[in-house]
Design a binder for this molecule. Structure first.
Ligand SMILES: NC(=O)c1ccc[n+]([C@@H]2O[C@H](COP(=O)([O-])OP(=O)(O)OC[C@H]3O[C@@H](n4cnc5c(N)ncnc54)[C@H](O)[C@@H]3O)[C@@H](O)[C@H]2O)c1
Length: 338
């Protein structure tokens, strides 16, 4: 029996989750829900309605139908038909929607913008898969935290990690986010950034801190990382660990991968829809051992990076696999990750 999944909130993350679910051969995408004729919802109509659409605000039915979108029912209708809901609504809305999911006794997975207490477990497919098994509500880590934990967990499982310090250069908006303004400034947050605090919630055996700088770009974050390992390790061993991780790419500056824009362009050249990239990319020439610490910098494609770990979340709550590596392996297979 296929696990029935619905996506609520068809924006930057929701439309990518829908595509991610459609690619999982052991899941069925029942449909997607949103509040009105947003650009992504209009595009659904122009694409010939690849997914059924459910309307969360029934008063907007005429406006939605006016742009050619067929309405298959209400949000509640969608929830009723699903085993698991992937809530990718605007931050804070998921907390309110949770009452509906609870009322129908359904499982739900929330995204990083919700407060952590929305869920039973704060989840990452590689770092704490087992904790999500059979639970009703999970919350995914944010885009930067997802990428950061992938890299730190990779090193941690190989040699153990004592502490980690990061500097995040954070893209300030997604492409098309006019509401964030036209800016030309950097903005610094207080330490520790939420990503460092979140890493400690998921991996409590590691101490973490770090700085975050918002930058006026839209294609990808860059995280500079300093890890104190428990055992000595060579630069080559670190590169090998990253190379073996299906959700981490190792790229070379000398090959032209000079930064976030090169990664975005390469994803487009690969023909990936919208220029999406599920993998984080470690820049090989930034990997070094300094006074026993591992340092490296990597790119986080913020719009697509959380999709694989969310699919892992479905596997955990539905207990489709009880073994972590088997679960992430199935997700990777369907998303075509090495
Ligand atoms: N954009 C990113 O780079 C990114 C990365 C990782 C995680 N996230 C997280 O993912 C979540 C979604 O972010 P996003 O960037 O996709 O936002 P978005 O604004 O692009 O999409 C949110 C969608 O939810 C819809 N929505 C609002 N209220 C709703 C309701 N009651 N019912 C149904 N739909 C509703 C909106 O109309 C919109 O289409 C947030 O928690 C965010 O923090 C975002």
């Amino acid at each position: 029996m296929l696990v029935k999944v619905g996506v609520v909130g068809y924006g930057v993350i929701g439309l990518r989750l829908a595509e991610g679910v459609a690619l999982q051969k052991d899941m069925e995408l029942v449909g997607v829900a949103d509040v009105g004729p947003t650009l992504s919802v209009r595009a659904l109509a122009e694409r010939g309605m690849p997914y059924d659409f459910y309307l969360a605000v029934p008063e907007n039915r005429a406006a939605v139908e006016a742009v050619g979108v067929k309405v298959s029912g209400t949000l509640e209708d969608l929830v009723e038909k699903c085993d698991v809901i992937l809530d990718a609504t605007s931050a804070g809305v998921g907390q309110k929607n949770k009452a509906i999911y609870a009322q129908y006794g359904k499982k739900a997975i929330f995204q990083g913008g919700e407060s952590t207490d929305v869920a039973d477990v704060f989840f990452h497919g590689y770092a704490n898969y087992e904790k999500g098994l059979g639970k009703q509500f999970l919350k995914l880590t944010s885009c930067n935290t997802t990428g950061l934990i992938r890299a730190v967990d990779c090193v941690d499982r190989a040699v153990g990690v004592d502490n980690v310090m990061i500097t995040i250069i954070r893209r300030v908006a997604d492409p098309g986010d006019y509401h964030r303004g036209l800016t030309n400034a950097l903005k610094v947050d207080k330490v520790p950034s939420h990503q460092a605090s979140d890493l400690m919630l998921i991996m409590p055996h590691i101490k973490a801190t770090g700085v975050l700088v918002h930058t006026p770009v839209t294609h990808g974050h860059i995280i500079s990382t300093n890890i104190k390992p428990k055992k000595p390790v060579t630069r080559e061993e670190v590169i090998e660990m990253f190379n073996e991780h299906p959700r981490i790419r190792v790229v070379r500056i000398k090959d032209g991968f000079q930064g976030n824009a090169a990664m975005f362009r390469y994803a487009r050249d690969l023909g990936n829809p919208r220029g999406d990239m599920y993998e984080i990319a470690v820049f090989e020439e930034t990997v070094a051992i300094f006074e026993g610490h591992i340092i490296f910098a990597f790119n986080v494609p913020q719009e697509a990076v959380v999709i694989p770990e969310t699919m892992d979340g479905v596997r955990a709550v539905m207990e489709m696999q009880t073994d972590r590596l088997e679960a992430v392996g199935e997700t990777n297979k369907y998303l075509n990750l090495r």
